[in-house]
Design a protein around this ligand. Structure first.
Ligand SMILES: NC(=O)c1ccc[n+]([C@@H]2O[C@H](COP(=O)([O-])OP(=O)(O)OC[C@H]3O[C@@H](n4cnc5c(N)ncnc54)[C@H](O)[C@@H]3O)[C@@H](O)[C@H]2O)c1
Length: 254
């Protein structure tokens, strides 16, 4: 898919991996619609990115809001690419320190945000792409964001792992499901990326995290995620795949 002039939507686009992807997409000549919470900096961020960027506020777990935000992208000549980055974790244990059962609300919150949000990105994104004419045999492409926690979840990540493993599981199923529509689906599973999520960490914790990455021994740069996302959108033969972007890290239990 040639991105020049195409309309794309990036959820979680006001910050971190989503924002870095928006910058890469703009460099490739695409139009970008940043979809993020109304409380985010999305409006200002989009204004700073220039005329090819716009902000559409939405909570990705709210189908109506999310559909409206995608429409704002679709109105710019047809939605061809979705990069779904909105997501977060919330630490929890199966049993708390007193041996009490962990919070089902914390489990449901993260599964709803990460997994149901991703299903919304698939179904609402594909609904719009399916209306378009195919170009070189394809109508569009969707990228979801998992995590290495989908494969080696750490202690305290039971809810996050469940949601991210669900995204990895959905990837090939979604690619098959949407094949007849000419829509590709791929997923990026990042390791430890240097986004605002990690900016709050103490310097010694950050240094230890960097040392745990085999090569290169540093945190991932958000731009490296954006670079892969753009490549996944562009490469018409890449489909149904999850790619780890992690410097070969394999997470320890804690
Ligand atoms: N940073 C990492 O090390 C890392 C590693 C693996 C996976 N990830 C995943 O990458 C994705 C992006 O993370 P990031 O590091 O860029 O985080 P970030 O906090 O910098 O950005 C996430 C963005 O998502 C938005 N968001 C949160 N809930 C939302 C909702 N309900 N609706 C719409 N927008 C919402 C936030 O406002 C924020 O702008 C997440 O899915 C995260 O789980 C991050």
């Amino acid at each position: 898919m040639k991105l020049e002039g195409l309309s794309t939507a990036i959820t979680g686009g006001a910050s971190g991996l989503g924002l870095a992807t928006a910058r890469r997409l703009l460099d490739a000549g695409a139009q970008v619609t940043l979809i993020d919470l109304p409380s985010s900096d999305g409006k200002q961020v989009a204004a700073d990115l220039g005329a090819a960027a716009q902000f559409a506020p939405a909570d990705v777990t709210d189908s109506e809001q999310f559909a409206e935000a995608l429409d704002a992208a679709h109105e710019r000549g047809g939605l061809r690419g979705v990069v779904h980055c909105a997501g977060a974790g919330r630490r929890m244990r199966i049993l708390d320190k007193d041996g009490k059962a962990g919070s089902v609300e914390d489990f449901e919150f993260v599964v709803k945000l990460n997994l149901v949000g991703s299903f919304n990105a698939l179904r609402l994104g594909a609904e719009r792409m399916a209306e378009l004419d195919a170009v070189d045999g394809e109508r569009g492409a969707i990228i979801m964001t998992a995590s290495v926690a989908a494969f080696e979840g750490q202690i305290g990540q039971i809810n996050y792992t469940a949601s991210k493993a669900g995204i990895v599981g959905m990837t090939v199923t979604a690619a098959r499901d949407l094949a007849s529509r000419g829509i590709r689906v791929n997923t990026i599973a990042p390791g430890i990326m240097d986004t605002p999520l990690l900016a709050r960490l103490r310097e010694d914790v950050r240094t230890a995290l960097e040392a745990s990455v085999p090569n290169p021994s540093r945190l991932g740069r958000p731009d490296e995620f954006g670079q892969l996302a753009v490549s996944m959108l562009e490469n018409g033969y890449l489909n149904g795949e999850t790619i780890r972007l992690d410097g070969a890290i394999r997470m320890a239990p804690r």
